[in-house]
Ligand binder design. Structure first.
Ligand SMILES: *[C@@H]1O[C@H](CO)[C@@H](O)[C@H](O)[C@H]1NC(C)=O
Ligand SMILES: *[C@@H]1O[C@H](CO)[C@@H](O)[C@H](O)[C@H]1NC(C)=O
Ligand SMILES: *[C@@H]1O[C@H](CO)[C@@H](O)[C@H](O)[C@H]1NC(C)=O
Length: 197
């Protein structure tokens, strides 16, 4: 009886071994080979995730000889809409360290915004903060979000990033620093809270 129990126990162990070995089998040993899959393995980070807080001033220059924000599309009703509904603007806006456009340039905000609100001035923002300074040169932070332009602080998600910001996540808070009613130019303070490795 004791021998029988022991044998059963060994069989269970053997089955467990086979079962776990199958779990760790390479992908190519299954019924299908994915020759375009070069590797698939547990992912571990060598350093802990950190959160960086940056403050940039975003300059949306819509008029003058060198605009950085250009209207590329509109709906038939955009010009008569109180919210510019349907307007699409492509931007390459300077990001500086201070509210003065002539302060140190550390990157550009490239992408677009679309007037997406019928009743309120609300924009869909889709832009990359393309940094150019020091070790951040060439790294980008991707922002995609809802911007209710006239509210005091607008929060938008960071949906990813490149190079130093690989696997980035986080959020930005935008606050209008100044708006020139005559020219339409705006300076917006962006506080960027980005988690990365
Ligand atoms: C709407 O206004 C913009 C800016 O003033 C102008 O460039 C555009 O031609 C106007 N579009 C229409 C359809 O009137
Ligand atoms: C950023 O990198 C580019 C490409 O390597 C280089 O040409 C440029 O001078 C760098 N800019 C700054 C401000 O370091
Ligand atoms: C606002 O824009 C107008 C027209 O471009 C310009 O003359 C004026 O100096 C600007 N105001 C400020 C405070 O920058």
């Amino acid at each position: 009886m004791a021998t029988h129990t022991c044998t059963t126990f060994s069989s269970v162990l053997l089955l467990l071994f086979i079962f776990s070995a199958a779990n760790f089998a390479p992908v190519t040993s299954s019924d299908h080979t994915y020759e375009y899959l070069l590797s698939s393995q547990p992912f571990s980070h060598t350093t802990v995730e950190k959160q960086s807080h940056f403050r940039f001033y975003w300059h949306d220059i819509v008029t003058g000889p060198n605009p950085t924000a250009v209207r590329v599309a509109e709906a038939p009703g955009t010009n008569t809409s109180s919210t510019f509904f349907g307007m699409v603007v492509v931007i390459d806006d300077p990001l500086t360290i201070g509210p003065d456009v002539n302060s140190k340039l550390v990157g550009r905000a490239q992408g677009l915004y679309a007037a997406a609100g019928i009743k309120k001035i609300e924009a869909l923002m889709a832009m990359n903060f393309v940094l150019t300074d020091g070790k951040y040169n060439g790294s980008t932070i991707a922002i995609l979000g809802h911007n209710e332009v006239l509210s005091e602080v607008r929060e938008m998600p960071i949906v990813g990033g490149s190079r130093l910001f690989r696997f980035a996540r986080g959020y930005v808070q935008a606050h209008t620093y100044s708006f020139n009613m005559t020219s339409g130019d705006a300076v917006v303070e962006y506080n960027v809270f980005v988690n990365h490795y």
